[in-house]
Design a protein around this ligand. Structure first.
Ligand SMILES: Cc1cc2nc3c(=O)[nH]c(=O)nc-3n(C[C@H](O)[C@H](O)[C@H](O)COP(=O)(O)OP(=O)(O)OC[C@H]3O[C@@H](n4cnc5c(N)ncnc54)[C@H](O)[C@@H]3O)c2cc1C
Length: 333
């Protein structure tokens, strides 16, 4: 059992210090020197690997499928993302796209009862070359995934990418019922984006939003954002679209619960390794829960984002470095 960072001790920390720590970590996540240093240098990478093991389900597809089966056996739905960053040229894009095609083709033999859900950023499958490249790659994956009963959930990226993502999604949603979209409650534009997204009738995953955005673009964390999250969720539910609540925030979940919204969602979703005991508590109440897993070796960004969204996790990471056996896959689910 992992010792969580004590909530009262965290509450006693200066919120401004925590905010700056989060910004510092987000800066590290975005720093290309760190990214290439930690990803390409085997020594640096192996030093940090025990901390990443908490959040990265597997390095390769063999272990991935074994572990998805363990999670399924414990009563969870599963989701899979191949860890990576924005793919800037066709070789990088092709590598990611073939990885997903391989996942789809191996999925049939993996023996999972419930098809897993695939997820990725459009910038991983070609949007930086052109939105059309991303749309074509995504469409081929949707066809393959659809044949296996699998859905694909498109992630939402920084605000400057949103227009392209919405356009690609709208084009795909008209033809494929297994495509879904992530929306970020923190963006001011999201409530009006719903006017275009909801009539498409597809599943929506609602998150707060992970990117640092200026105040004229997004709301900071706090009660106002939680209220907006609840408002958006209610609108999606009232429109009849399936919706996944994707958050690790117990306060927000309590708020949604107190308004009777949680009982109406298709599922709750958390990232693997972040708060397994919290997710389990909802699963034990009969709410459908999905563990969103990430696999692969290029994990720098994923690890640092997990630390940035909750800087006390830096302590957890340091403890994991000191004692790697603290991380035992599946034990807290
Ligand atoms: C399944 C899934 C998919 C996502 N997809 C996207 C996406 O496509 N685009 C995007 O921008 N963002 C995405 N996110 C990230 C999301 O936007 C948030 O940045 C992230 O979930 C943290 O926000 P939060 O809602 O958990 O609450 P926060 O406001 O960040 O945190 C509130 C509280 O929740 C708890 N908490 C939050 N994170 C952690 C943690 N890592 N460890 C321990 N406790 C924690 C802490 O108590 C914290 O004080 C996704 C998140 C999930 C779970």
């Amino acid at each position: 059992m992992t010792t969580p960072v004590d909530a009262q001790a965290v509450a006693a920390l200066d919120p401004e210090l925590l905010r700056q720590a989060a910004n510092g970590l987000k800066g590290l996540a975005a720093d290309s020197r760190c990214r290439s240093g930690f990803v390409d240098n085997p020594v640096l990478s192996s030093i940090l690997a025990p901390a990443a093991d908490r959040y990265i389900v597997a390095a390769d597809q063999n272990t991935l499928f074994e572990r998805l089966a363990v999670l399924e056996g414990k009563g969870y739905r599963t989701g899979v993302e191949y860890v990576g960053e924005e793919a800037r040229n066709s070789a990088e894009v092709d590598e990611v796209v073939s990885e997903y095609h391989e996942l789809i083709s191996r999925h049939e033999k993996a023996g999972l009862e419930l098809p897993t859900q695939l997820g990725f950023d459009l910038s991983n499958v070609g949007s930086l070359i052109s939105p059309r490249t991303a749309a074509e790659n995504c469409e081929a994956l949707l066809r393959g995934a659809g044949a296996q009963g699998m859905g694909i959930l498109i992630s939402m990226e920084r605000s400057s990418f949103v227009d392209d993502i919405l356009r690609v999604f709208a084009g795909l949603a008209g033809k494929h019922d297994n495509v879904a979209l992530t929306l970020q409650a923190h963006l001011h534009r999201t409530e009006s984006d719903l006017d275009a997204v909801l009539p498409l009738g597809r599943k929506v995953r609602l998150v707060k939003g992970v990117y640092n955005e200026p105040a004229d673009v997004a709301l900071a964390r706090g009660p106002e954002l939680n209220e907006r999250y609840a408002r958006i969720l209610e609108r999606i539910l009232d429109a009849g679209n399936p919706v996944a609540v994707a958050t690790q925030d117990a306060v927000l979940l309590d708020l949604l619960d107190s308004r009777g919204l949680l009982g109406r969602v298709e599922e709750m979703e958390m990232l693997h390794g972040v708060r397994p005991a919290l997710l389990k508590s909802y699963k034990d109440r009969g709410i459908s829960c999905r563990v969103a897993t990430v696999y692969g070796t290029n994990w720098w960004l994923h690890l640092i984002h997990r630390l940035a969204e909750y800087p006390p996790n830096v302590l957890v990471a340091l403890a994991d470095l000191a004692e790697p056996e603290r991380v035992r896959f599946g034990s807290e689910y």
